[in-house]
Design a binder for this molecule. Sequence first.
Ligand code: DGL
Length: 271
Amino acid sequence: MKIGVFDSGYGGLTILRELRSLLPGYDYLYLGDNARAPYGTRSFDIVTDFTRQAVEFLFAHGCPLVILACNTASAKALRTIQQRWLPYTDDPSRRVLGVIRPTAENIGSVSQNGHVGVFATPGTIASLSYNIEIQKLFPGFTVTGHACPMWVPLVENGEADGDGADFFVKKDIDALLADDPDIDTVVLACTHYPLLIDKIRRYMPQGIRLLTQGRIVADSLRNYLFRHPEMDARLSKNGTVSFMTTENPDRFNALAAQFIAHPVSAERVSL
Ligand code: DGL
């Protein structure tokens, strides 16, 4: 039985990379819904439906544990899936975990002055999930969200290194810091954004810390498996990884190779 890792597209590969680096012994099945990405501008209902279909698919393909390696899906669909769907399936012992809570838990040890910026998709920002989760844990913190609607399309279209990316990255950094000039920590709360990290570093003023999620999610999964030996026992440990995409696999393989140190051969699937 494998660990399922789901994202709307390529972004979850930034999480998968860290999962495999910290927990190399497990078997992983990555699913990217590239044909329907981006999710970030879609409504709550649609993201919930698409995400549930993806989770059902991963369950049906031998994954009793699924990581939503997508903030938009975690923000919009996780609670509904965990509370209103999973308990009524034929195996309620399967689990679906998200990326927002573990990220929020880490903020307290990173920000010195409690002024936190969040870059995410329009859907994640509109959900206020980060504001709610961070302020639940750290009530004195000021959380300023800023939606970056162009960043995911730039990545999904292979333009992360292009000049267009410079323009939008600079524009969004300026806008966030205009809203709160005291920000000392910025969360890249979309798993696609580490692909733009060089440009983000270039335009972000010195001294502001950038928080990416891969290692945080990997640490949190290790912790989860330690606390849940019954789940750990269900998972096979041959160190394999396989890839599935709802888009053309050739394109997926070419872009995925930027993140994975070996050739990727994805299978095209329908959800
Ligand atoms: N990587 C997803 C996230 O973390 C992406 C978004 C999208 O499809 O818009 O939010």
